[in-house]
Design a protein around this ligand. Sequence first.
Ligand code: PGA
Length: 297
Amino acid sequence: MQEKESKPFTKKFKKNYTVSIKLPYFLESPLKREKTPMKYIIGNWKMNLSLKQAEALTLGIIQFLKETPPSSFSCMIAPPFPFLERLHTLITHEKDLLSLAAQDISAHEKGAFTGEVSASHLKEVGVKAALIGHSERRLYHKETEPLLRQKILQCLSHDLIPVLCLGESLEIRRASKTVPFVLNQLHEMCQALQEMLISKPSSSPPLMIAYEPLWAIGTGCIPSLDEIEDVHNALSIALKTLFPKHIIPLLYGGSVTPLNSSEILSLPHVDGALVGGASLSLETFLPLLSSASLVNR
Ligand code: PGA
């Protein structure tokens, strides 16, 4: 049977980018993406907090979530590896409210990989998702696309949700190449995995994407709302093309605080936030969660 020709779809963005995306034949018109039913907030604790502080923070979050209308948003925390088991025990009866994510995962199934943590180890301690390709892993551990693809495969074969982090450097931003750069990052990672991802049930997201401009992480600088919307808009079209049956949550990350979270989370293509610094204390994380619960989908 002869395949129908794909037609390129050209989209003009607010910041003078024009991007041509080749759509499959079954999606020939500009894409309307369904919204995720809720916002997703992930607290990335990185290499911070003592076990005592981690327990107190977790209990405080649970308390808050119990008092908040259910199903308006979904909350995950990504603590350091050694705390996962203890926190899993702590949230055993609150699994519907709060879930655990890992900050990284091994690209290998098992074996002689000193210092690595496998997908099955993470499953055993109740982990539901894993960050993949965070810019700090790409920068300090020289993680590149082939390795990251292996990590995504590990997640998918163990029913963990990969949270794939993408984002441009300041240099790329200044050269006005952000949208094509980020789209390229997405395609590099996802095209080879398309078949496996597509076979996942459409009832829950098989993958999440976090757009995190490198220059916004931990700096207090964030792109303008128009700039965030441009990137998310482009990513949402590309995701609909790659995974027509799934709604892939598209998170923004990089200096999200309670002061800017409402505005960012209100953007039409922003389905949540990956939060670093502001997730480390109840004083900043709870107001941020509160803003997520108030944003109407
Ligand atoms: P930040 O970190 O919120 O402290 O900027 C975000 C991240 O690294 O995921």
